[in-house]
Ligand binder design. Sequence first.
Ligand code: PM9
Length: 461
Amino acid sequence: MSRPTVRSWAEPYKIKVVEPLTVTTRDQRDAALAEAGYNTFLLPSRFVYIDLLTDSGTGAMSDEQWAGMMLGDEAYAGSRNFEHLEAAVREYYGFKYLVPTHQGRGAEHLLSRVKIKPGDRIPGNMYFTTTRLHQELAGATFVDVVIDEAHDPDSLHPFKGNVDLGKLQAVIDEVGPERVPYVCLAGTVNMAGGQPFSMANLREVRALTEPLGVKVYLDATRLVENAYFVQRREPGYAEKSLKEILLEICAHADGCTMSAKKDSLVNIGGFLATNEDDLYEEACNLVVVFEGLHTYGGLAGRDMEAMARGIAESVRQEHMAARIGQVEYLGDHLVSEGIPVVRPIGGHAVFLDARRFYDHLPQDAFPAQTLAAELYLESGIRSMERGIASAGRDPVTGENHRPNLELTRLTIPRRVYTQAHMDVTAEAVYATYDRRRQARGLKMVYEPKYLRFFRARFEPL
Ligand code: PM9
């Protein structure tokens, strides 16, 4: 047997506390899924074996973070943990002002309310569910300006999160720069399959928008993961640290929204950060209405301490190498067996291409939702639909958005599961693939008004 030339990735930690997993029978899963309206969001977690619904707030905190929880300063105003968090955001993201929020959508709400006037356009590198909804509720229209390759699951473009500068220019030309308050640029684009943008592209976006007074706001939720791909794929960055790359990215932006439940390794928390004095002042006015005082934003002091420590841990090289290494390990397994997935394998998840998985099902039969349901029935593994159900409806026409990408996401929580769990997951996907012809699809029988994928109910066709 020949030895591999590159050493395997390995978890850079050992396990101190364990939480037992639940194994269910097929009958129990049948009953639980029917009760949940064939929506994995509606499954009680006690019926779930390996939970790959999301990487949001599901990570394992370190002993340092748990120790920090005991140092929570729960003063209503001016908690010292806020000072630590503010210092961490300045040190690692480089922005001047920090407004904590209970999670990412709290920050999106504040940014959208302050920046958007009815009739504005917000260009972005593909939509994200909560982000777009907050923009729409504030009166804007979201315009997708990501490169075409992002919508193609087979394109091997190394930076599928890049902005198409021609599309961006066209939006600005159409309505004028005064109707485009900012460009919303997400790190490792979630709905494209966890795909990064390049530093070169970010520089070009900045060069195009800055002279016109159009701001750049990052969705920093998975920006450290984006920095890792820049380090690995972009010429000139291999020798730079993740911390340096992250700071360089943020230096090309005016601020960011953040769901700290992902990169920053906490179970709850988020923030809005900015260099703009006016935005900060107005966000402070609004945060006290919607979240809490501007020095806690809906969080306990201990949450802010855990976040400050998590931010520092998130840029450690060995952490990110194992994080992305684990996702790639699962993805490469599936690719080697011919399972259709989005490639290149993304940062936080492996995305099954449900269109090709179930090439006998039309999009109206919710192939990705069906696949999430079938994988659960097969194995007790919970995944998430990222296709037509998540895409929702056009607020003006009421028509369904019909994304080209019809995906089922196997999302890997940070520092939670082992390589053996990845193997079991791959085996469950193979078994689901082997009986793919039996899948008949779903119809939606209850559709909530906003973010329907969270609570929609389905029935088998
Ligand atoms: N993302 C995810 O599972 C949480 C549930 S689905 C809405 O991927 C980005 C890129 C996200 C994100 C949440 C948010 C919102 C903003 N941007 O969930 O409010 O992936 O903390 O963050 C989820 P919060």
